[in-house]
Design a protein around this ligand. Structure first.
Ligand code: FES
Ligand SMILES: [Fe+2]
Length: 421
């Protein structure tokens, strides 16, 4: 991996309670982020349910870089770089499928699902050339946490457990909402292309200050009480897990409501099959508590966002362009709740959805605003005076406080300035 010598003094651009606008639009900073964040730390790639069988594959990405996520003929998960080693052609143009080999469209070199070169077209021209060393590039480290597949382009570094830290408990909370403890993420992804820097998305996913204003139209139309979660009287919390991971913890509000599936805007009698399956799996008491607490709202740095009913993957394309890939969460063994999860996903983040369009408008306005010269510094002071530690030692504050953004930037500064291995 090539190393860049930074021309940027990041500690002069990131202070504990303010950040400089240049961080969002400078192409040199973006290039450095690729080396120090996207091609180094653990990045979420996909889910095991997307490749259940041997030789299944889906095309994914790590940052702007296309990846083939494959289950090879032995059943091992592999992350291969989607680039033909001959002349660099993009090897696979399909989104997903099942195949024992990949053949490059340019000169027909063929690779197996381990990434090894199997053969050349017109092989007499390669007399004496060793196929070894001409295989596909590989993501050197792969880790799976309960079905979530992460890749790291660095040969060494923290384990996935070290990286996730306290955020692991929120993934566990999510999986507890499945009667089988498993997800099935195969209903397909929508893609939202946004002319904005990726960090605006990461910061916004746990920005609890904006929903009452930006999303007021959907809250009114849906006659939803969600806006109250982000009002002055809310007991919901923002939490900074460290390592850039942040969440809204809505459980204090749901526990006050004390209604199973209240988090989902419904009641147990509307989803009888799901409730029955949950009771059978966990016992009535535990199932009741799980269904009161609901699913998490967590941003796992740098690109995995779970928003109660959806899973987003943030992909930076360039300094000023990003794609948000989004799919409905689906629980294995939860047919009736799954149908509603899909419907709500279409209503909120589908092509005519109300929710993400509002956020996207904000991202693009933020990005345009970042280039306006004065003031250069953006303010992150909200809720400093009421920040405190929870029982596990993580910073928490009111649901509208900028504890989360401060945590994200603290981690970003560390990644951009610490010595490279
Ligand atoms: S570029 Fe792939 S075979 Fe030539
Ligand atoms: Fe939003």
């Amino acid at each position: 991996m090539s190393q860049t010598t930074s021309q940027t003094d990041y500690s002069a651009l990131i202070e504990p309670t303010r950040v400089h606008s240049r961080l969002y639009y400078d192409p040199d900073i973006f290039q450095e982020e690729l080396e120090k964040i996207w091609y180094r730390t653990w990045v979420y790639v996909g889910h095991t349910s997307e490749i259940p069988n041997k030789n299944d594959y889906v095309t994914k990405s790590i940052g702007p870089m296309p990846i083939l996520m494959v289950r090879d003929r032995e059943g091992e998960i592999r992350l291969l770089l989607n680039k033909c080693p001959h002349r660099g052609n993009q090897l696979c143009a399909y989104q997903k499928g099942n195949r024992t080999t990949f053949t490059c469209p340019y000169h027909s070199w063929t690779f197996n699902t381990n990434g090894d070169l199997m053969g050349y077209a017109l092989p007499e021209g390669y007399e004496g050339t060793d196929k070894k060393g001409l295989g596909l590039g590989k993501v050197p480290r792969i880790a799976v946490y309960r079905g979530f597949i992460f890749g790291s382009m660095a040969h060494e570094g923290p384990t996935i457990e070290e990286h996730l830290g306290g955020a692991k408990a929120s993934l566990d909370q999510l999986l507890d909402n499945s009667p089988t403890g498993e997800l099935d993420l195969t209903v397909g992804f929508l893609q939202h292309r946004t002319k904005a820097n990726w960090k605006f998305m990461v910061e916004n996913e746990t920005d609890g200050y904006h929903p009452g204003f930006v999303h007021s139209s959907i809250f009114q139309v849906a006659q939803s009480g969600i806006a109250n979660l982000y009002g002055s009287d809310s007991t919901a919390l923002t939490r900074d897990f460290g390592n850039g991971h942040t969440e809204f913890d809505l459980r204090p509000e749901w526990r006050k409501l004390d209604t199973p599936l209240g988090w989902f805007g419904t009641t147990a009698d509307r989803l009888p099959a799901y409730v029955k399956a949950m009771n059978e799996s966990y016992g009535a008491d535990r199932a009741r508590q799980i269904m009161i607490d609901g699913t998490p709202h967590i941003m796992i740095f740098p690109n995995l966002f779970i928003a109660e009913i959806q899973l987003f993957v943030i992909q930076p394309i360039s300094v000023d362009e990003s794609i948000q890939h989004v799919t409905a969460l689906q629980f294995k063994g939860g047919e009736d709740i799954n149908r509603r999860l899909r419907q709500q996903t279409m209503g909120s983040v589908g092509p005519a959805g109300f929710l993400l369009a509002d956020d996207t408008e904000m991202y693009e306005r933020n990005h345009r605003g970042s280039k306006i010269r004065d003031p250069e510094w953006l303010v992150l002071t909200r809720g400093l005076h009421r920040e405190r530690l929870d029982e596990n030692g993580y910073r928490i504050a009111h649901s509208t406080d900028e504890t989360t953004q401060r945590g994200i930037w603290r981690h970003y500064l560390k990644l951009m300035t610490e010595a490279q291995p």
